[in-house]
Design a protein around this ligand. Structure first.
Ligand code: PA5
Length: 426
């Protein structure tokens, strides 16, 4: 990705960071880069995520879905076990990928009524194999398939860890399985089978996504002035320290809307610890210019606005009309209009002194998207190291999972845990 942080500098933005501060921060970035490199080489927990472009075997993923030619893929998973796969298929323009993450009965029922179950591939994903939402939805899907006369075991692929209830179930029914690699937390697993199975099932070139990740890997340099991922992370960190406690992430491409959701999870679950962390907000350009932009320009000065766009897009010409006042549109394209909206928003925020950063990728293809995902993960890891938080854990999320299971009578959740404030806050 290309990163332009000119509108986040002290000369341009109220909360902006000075060149001298960035120079000082760069010394820490260099030291953290060494830490990250060691973590990658030794495949340490969390850092192993940044080795996925090397470690993921695209052929094994393709082999797991080779026997299927689905009209639809239904991913049953939640959080890091769903958002990455959704992000990749949406960015690649795939139609027919659905996700059951929530356990809203109306949504589950509605989707099961709508899908052609006889030609749907069910993609069940859970690293732990114990997540209540995923297992409950899977049991409901299984039963619906059986009721429709579809042999569910012939149309299901499972991605899970080495042990756990889902692994046992997969073994019992001899289901095709893919591994969740060791040392990779859910939200960092997009460049593994967790993120790639649905795209592979639709015949997308998943190798290009991994090639993009490899390009991101090659772009890691020990200076924020040389490395786009570290530039974005360092500026976001510096701005948070100056009061930008919100990071509004605004892609200008509908196909990247799920990426904003993926980013929100990455940022929130990795960095929201010890009383720190920017609150990520998902938005969409140009749609949210007609709602949220008012706040971003004229509301509290407590935000970084991250604007993201592809350089090249599939485009649609805008027809000419005889109406004089609309003549500025005729001859232009929808893509040009969207780019003008992007630049107008950027200029409008800059004019108001609101910090913003521009991220750009070449186009919406596997390589650009794979690289973007990798670089945002590296940016997040850098922010975690600079902030001194445990980027790769999610105790508050785990607490919620145990509590929900406990309320249904499963697991060993003790009521006492609910009042242990330390357990909740970490
Ligand atoms: O990033 C994380 O660790 C979480 O968001 C998990 O991905 C999510 O809770 C699902 O967990 P699992 O894959 O174990 O079902």
């Amino acid at each position: 990705m290309n990163v332009d942080f000119g509108n986040a500098l002290a000369s341009e933005a109220t909360l902006g960071v000075s060149g001298a501060s960035l120079e000082r921060l760069d010394e820490r970035v260099a030291a953290i880069h060494d830490r990250i490199e060691t973590g990658i080489e030794d495949r340490e927990f969390g850092y192993a995520s940044l080795a996925l472009p090397d470690d993921t075997d695209p052929e094994a993923i393709e082999a797991a879905v080779d026997d299927f030619d689905p009209d639809a893929v239904l991913t049953v998973g939640i959080g890091g076990s769903a958002l990455g796969a959704e992000t990749i298929t949406a960015a690649l323009g795939v139609d027919g990928h659905y996700t059951l993450d929530n356990v809203d009965p109306a949504r589950t029922r509605g989707l099961l009524d709508e899908l052609p179950l006889e030609s749907t591939l069910v993609n069940v994903v859970s690293k732990s194999g114990t997540t209540a939402e995923t297992l409950a939805n899977f049991l409901v899907v299984r039963e619906a398939m059986a009721r429709a006369g579809v042999e569910w075991a012939d149309r299901t692929v499972v991605t899970t860890g080495e042990s756990g209830p889902l692994r046992e179930l997969a073994d019992e029914h001899d289901l095709p399985t893919c591994p969740v690699p060791d040392g990779v937390p859910g939200r960092f697993s997009v460049l593994s089978p967790v993120g790639l199975v649905p795209a592979a099932a639709f015949g997308c070139d998943i190798e290009s996504v991994l090639d993009g990740g490899a390009a991101g890997r090659a772009s890691l340099e020990p200076s924020l002035f040389e490395c786009p991922a570290y530039a974005y992370g360092a500026v976001a960190y510096a701005l948070e320290g100056r009061g930008a406690t919100t990071n509004a992430f605004v892609p200008y491409a509908e196909a990247l809307e799920p990426l904003a959701e993926w980013f929100a999870q990455l940022w929130a679950e990795s960095l929201g610890k010890d009383g720190l962390g920017q609150t990520p907000v998902r938005a969409l350009g140009a749609t949210d210019q007609h709602s949220q932009l008012q706040l971003y320009r004229a509301g509290r000065t407590d935000k970084l606005v991250t604007l993201l766009r592809p350089h090249e897009r599939v485009d649609v010409p805008i027809p000419e009309t005889g109406v004089e006042s609309l003549s500025y549109l005729g001859g232009a394209t929808l893509g040009e209009l969207l780019d003008a909206e992007f630049e107008a928003t950027e200029a409008s925020l800059a004019a108001a002194g609101q910090a913003n950063v521009r991220l750009e990728i070449d186009r919406l293809d596997g390589e650009s998207v794979g690289r973007l995902l990798y670089e945002l993960e590296a940016a997040c890891i850098l922010v975690g190291e600079l902030s001194g938080v445990e980027t790769f854990t999610q105790p508050a999320v785990e607490w919620g999972k145990r509590a929900a299971r406990g309320l249904l009578g499963g697991g060993t959740f003790e009521e006492a845990e609910a009042v242990d404030d330390k357990t909740v806050r970490r």
